[in-house]
Design a protein around this ligand. Structure first.
Ligand code: TYD
Ligand code: MG
Length: 470
C-alpha cells in the first residue's frame, strides 16, 4: 500500500515536525522548516510464515577481496585507506570553492587508465568541465563526462552497466529524485538521491564518489545524514588565504580514520605535498618569542607545526581569547593551569593563539607546545629553536604521555631538530635511535621553565611584570 504524507523538515538539521513551526526545536534555527511530501509504503499485518526465511552463514566463510583502485596520487590514496575499494560509497565534503571538483577530476584522470571513470557534474556544463580539464592538463585522460542532475537518468544509464569502475557525482546537492516534491539540495532530496545512488553502486559494483558542500554550520548538506549512509567520509579543508589543502578522513569502513593527505593548489591544479612538515615550518623565524614547534601526528603520519602565541594588554573587562587552528576550551584550560599551578596569570591580558600555516590540530598532545609558546610570549624570550615539544597537560599541571613518540622524534631529527621536550613517563618506551638527539623530559608544567635561559623569569619579576612571576 502506498501513502502520500506531508511532513515538515528542518533544512538545517533534518529534524521532522508534524506541523509547521517557525523555530526548529532540534537545532533552534528560525525559518528553516519547510513542507515536503513523501511517498511512503505502509505495510500492515506482517505474519510469520509469509516471505522467506533468512539463511545464516558462518563468519569464516569464503571472501573475495577485490583489488583497490589506486590513483597513484599518494595523498588521495592514503586518505582512502590505500585506494578506492570497488563498490564503496565515498563522500567528499568541503566548503564551496575549496577544490573538490579539481581534486576529483584529477583523481578520475589518474584512474581512467585502470578502469572506466565517469564524472557527472550537476553544477557545471560539460564545456566548463572540459575547460577545467584543459587547465589541469588532463585533456588526454579517458574520463567520460556528463552534465546531469536527474537520479532517474543515472539509474537508467547504469542499469545494465558492469564495466564502469568509478562514478563521481558532483555534487549531491544538485541531484533530484522525481517522486519527491522538494527542491534539489533540500534534506529529503539529498537523502533520497544519495540512497538511490548508493543502492545503484552496490548493485552494479562500481565505486561511487559523492561531492557534498558543507554549510555554514560545518555539516554536509545541512544535516549529517549522508555520513551514515556512505562507507567513507573525506573532508577537504583549507584556508582560502593559504595555498595548501588537507584531505582528512572522518570515517572509513575500509581503513584507518584521521589520516590526512596534503595538497597545494597551484595554477594548474592540486599538487601533492610529500613532506608537510617542511611546508608548515617554511616561514618560521627562530629568534622570535611566543612560538614553539609541536611534533604532532595526523593519522599515521608525523607533522611538525609552529604554534604562535601573542599576549597583549587590554582595557576590556573581559579580555579577548582568540584561537585559530586549535580548541578554544583547551586554551582556557591551559591558561587556568598556568595560573593556578605555575602562578602565571594572564587574566588581564588578551591572548591570541595561532597554528601557523592554517592546519587544524585536534590532539591533546599539543598542550605542552601551546603552554611553551604562551610562557615564551609572557617572558618575551624565544623557545630554543632546535627543540620540538609534545605532551598532554593534566589539570594538576602534570605532563601526561602521548602515543607514537618515536615517530614524532624521528620526523624532528629528519628536519634537523636536535632536542625534544616530552613527558618523563615516555622515557622508558622511547627507543631514541637518533644520534646526537637530546631528550629533555618533563613531569610538571613548572619544569618547562628550565628550557629557557636562567634568569629570564627573575628579570621579569624585577621589571615589575606582576603577571609573569614564577
Ligand atoms: P573547485 O574545484 O571548483 O572548488 P569546489 O568544487 O570545491 O567548489 O576549485 C575552485 C578554486 O580553485 C577556484 O578558486 C580556483 C582554484 N583553482 C586553482 O587555483 N587552480 C586550478 O588549477 C583550478 C582548476 C582551480
Ligand atoms: Mg565544484
Amino acid at each position: 500500500m502506498v501513502k502520500v504524507s506531508t511532513q515538515y523538515t528542518c533544512q538545517k538539521c533534518g529534524n521532522i515536525h508534524s506541523k509547521w513551526v517557525g523555530q526548529c526545536d532540534g537545532c533552534g534555527s528560525w525559518n528553516s522548516v519547510s513542507e515536503n511530501h513523501t511517498i511512503k509504503s505502509v505495510s500492515h499485518g506482517l505474519k510469520a510464515g509469509a516471505g522467506k526465511g533468512i539463511n545464516f552463514e558462518a563468519l569464516h566463510g569464503e571472501t573475495r577481496q577485490k583489488k583497490r583502485w589506486k590513483s597513484d596520487i599518494t595523498e588521495f590514496d592514503r586518505a582512502c585507506g590505500g585506494g578506492i575499494v570497488p563498490g564503496c560509497a565515498i563522500l567528499v565534503g568541503g566548503d564551496p570553492g575549496i577544490g573538490k571538483s579539481t581534486l576529483l577530476l584529477q583523481v578520475a584522470g589518474a584512474l581512467a587508465t585502470k578502469t572506466r571513470c565517469i564524472y557527472i557534474s550537476g553544477e557545471e556544463s560539460t564545456e566548463q568541465v572540459r575547460l577545467r580539464a584543459l587547465r589541469l592538463k588532463l585533456t588526454d585522460a579517458r574520463v567520460a563526462i556528463a552534465s546531469e542532475t536527474s537520479v532517474q537518468s543515472l539509474v537508467t544509464t547504469f542499469d545494465n552497466d558492469n564495466k564502469t569502475g568509478i562514478v563521481i557525482v558532483d555534487s549531491i546537492q544538485t541531484m533530484y529524485v522525481d517522486t519527491i516534491d522538494a527542491a534539489p539540495g533540500t534534506v529529503s532530496q539529498v537523502r533520497a538521491s544519495a540512497q538511490e545512488l548508493i543502492n545503484l553502486a552496490k548493485k552494479r559494483g562500481f565505486s561511487l564518489v559523492l561531492v557534498g558542500h558543507v554549510t555554514k554550520e560545518g555539516n554536509i548538506a545541512g544535516p549529517r545524514i549522508l555520513e551514515h549512509m556512505v562507507d567513507t567520509v573525506l573532508y577537504f579543508e583549507g584556508d582560502r588565504g593559504h595555498q595548501f589543502r588537507i584531505l582528512r578522513t572522518r570515517k572509513n569502513r575500509f581503513g584507518p580514520t584521521d589520516e590526512i593527505g596534503v595538497f597545494e593548489m597551484t595554477g594548474h591544479g592540486l599538487s601533492e605535498v610529500k613532506n608537510p612538515s617542511t611546508l608548515f615550518l617554511s616561514q618560521r623565524q627562530t629568534n622570535l618569542s611566543g612560538t614553539s614547534v609541536f611534533a604532532g601526528m595526523e593519522g599515521s603520519r608525523p607533522v611538525l607545526v609552529e604554534i604562535q602565541a601573542l599576549i597583549a594588554s587590554t582595557t576590556q573587562a573581559t579580555p579577548r581569547r582568540a584561537v585559530v587552528g586549535w580548541d578554544n576550551s583547551r586554551l582556557a584550560m591551559i591558561l587556568a593551569v598556568l595560573d593556578t599551578r605555575c602562578g602565571i596569570s594572564l587574566a588581564n591580558h588578551e591572548v591570541y593563539l595561532n597554528v601557523a600555516g592554517g592546519l587544524r590540530i585536534n590532539e591533546p598532545a599539543a598542550d605542552l607546545a601551546v603552554a611553551t609558546a604562551l610562557i615564551s610570549a609572557v617572558i618575551d624570550c624565544p623557545t630554543p629553536s632546535d627543540s620540538v615539544i609534545f605532551g598532554e597537560i593534566g589539570l594538576s599541571g602534570e605532563i601526561r604521555p602521548v602515543g607514537q613518540s618515536d615517530l614524532r622524534i624521528k620526523e624532528a631529527a629528519k628536519l634537523g631538530f636536535k632536542k625534544s621536550i616530552y613527558p618523563e613517563s615516555l622515557k622508558r618506551n622511547t627507543k631514541l635511535i637518533e644520534k646526537n638527539f637530546i631528550s629533555q623530559n618533563v613531569t610538571h608544567l613548572k619544569d618547562l621553565i628550565e628550557i629557557f635561559p636562567e634568569g629570564v623569569f627573575k628579570s621579569l619579576t624585577n621589571k615589575g611584570h606582576k603577571d609573569g612571576s614564577n
